[in-house]
Design a protein around this ligand. Sequence first.
Ligand SMILES: [Zn+2]
Length: 283
Amino acid sequence: MPELPEVETVKRGLTPAMEGVVIGRADVNRPDLRWPFPERMAERLTGQRVDRLRRRSKYILADLSSGETLLIHLGMSGRMTVSGDPLGQFVHDHPMPAKHDHVVFHMENGARITFNDPRRFGAMDLLPTATAEEHKLLSVLGPEPLGNDFHEQHLIDAFKGRNTPVKSALLDQGIVAGLGNIYVCEALYRARVSPRRKAGQISAQRVGAMVPIIRQVLLEAIDAGGSSLRDFRQADGELGYFQHSFEVYGREGDPCRTEGCGAAIKRITQSGRSSFYCAQCQR
Ligand SMILES: [Zn+2]
């Protein structure tokens, strides 16, 4: 499942092919993904220039010259592919439509942007740009973890009095937007905080210290994604999935990498999701 750094990488990969470019034609090959597509979606996209591509949480937002914004969510298995060699960057091409190519944007610069999603948990919607933040998927979101509104005092206030485990609190999209299971595990490991600890019982100092750690974990992953974009010449044009090694996520039973520790990494289930952590280092 793509997390924030993957979505940011997709956005960065799409930008040179889409931003400032007119959508010459949109093929919408089915009526829905997770939800029905908006009415006349293909028609409302065709002929519109993409003025700006941005990301909010795990949503990609394309502001169009029509005054509407196209919202794209990759869901569990959504993938975006750039082909057609718009800027001479991409030597690959895949002219044959593949199964599960649900939406294809034919950009006027020659780029072809394909949204492929076998499981169809993804989504697209069109909303007025002026009131985009009021959309039901966006209005519930807390601050961006890499933005200025996510700061120490915000997290301290959000955790105050909370009886839920810190793991669940950090996954709460209303507290901080776009953090997923993997990067919460990684951040808690670096912060040396047990995922089981109640959010409201952690000292303000330790809570505040999580803010720069969360940013750092995400920025490192985005950097890894950026490297994957630079290696694009050898890739198949698919954006957003890249090799990245984790300190603790997925390492159950392996030795903790903290110097002088070496305890076996544990896995527990919290709210139906796996938490990986070192019971020696994380208290
Ligand atoms: Zn350890």
